[in-house]
Write a new protein. Sequence first.
Length: 314
Amino acid sequence: MKIALLGTGFGQAHAAVYAARDDVEVVMFGRDAAKTAKVAAQFGLASSTDMDAAFEDGSFDLVDICLPIPLHAEYVLRALQAGKHALVELPLADSLADAERVAEAANRSDRHVFVDMFERFIPANQALFDAVRENTYGRLEQLTLWNLMAHLWPGASLGLKVLPLEAMHSDMDIITRTLGLPKDLTVTTVARDEDSGAIDAAFQFERAAARSSISSLMPKPFGARGGYTATFERGVLDASSTMGFDGKPSGTLTAYTPDGARDLELPAADQYTAMISHVMDVLHGEAENQIAPDSVLDALRLTLDLDQKVNSPR
């Protein structure tokens, strides 16, 4: 399968996964010829600055879009018009109208569109989804999600303007997949400067409550840490993970019930590898698309509501 990978920033995370596969041929596209060639060479990929070729060259099967958020919807639609499958970094769009436009186009097309909802492939999150779906511990009553991070990505802003869309969208997906859309949302923020801040968001449901907290105020040695506590009628799932300078996460998941505490075994899985493996399985006819545009609309709606409360007016 031949893949056009657009973007040399977060595209590197996808490039690392593709480089470990022997069933794909990848060309990395970027605006700066020298930078694109240098980054592509790190992963053994070809490079190009001719972005139009990603859509006009009939040999490409999939366009992988890792470009700035305002370009996401436009480039997915362009890929579909060119008869290509598309994988797009989250969020799908920076407006609900554009996201719905993409979802409608994907439904009309015989091509697949995938949104990189990588958190759905994290084993601890899958355990939460399974517990809710299978009613393992009864009804979910309270869900708390948290992420604390240092500035581990040189040059990347982690301020209030970017945190909702670029860092909290995954939490909004977990909330909407387990509890639906809330009745009410309240937000508290702290800004150290334009690139560092913290957001605490509280969500009220008919018979449940949720909270999502994120902070980029941590010193670099802290790394990045996150997790959730899900309180059900008959038990609690408590997950935590850490990520250091090597970028490799480690995590634990514990179930608490009236009978005691039990550590649940988590399979070793990298979420980006798992996400791209899922894309390949779907394109080979071996799986149903679990990250299609239709499936992300509620999460995006909630993310945009959160962003409006944090940054209104933008």
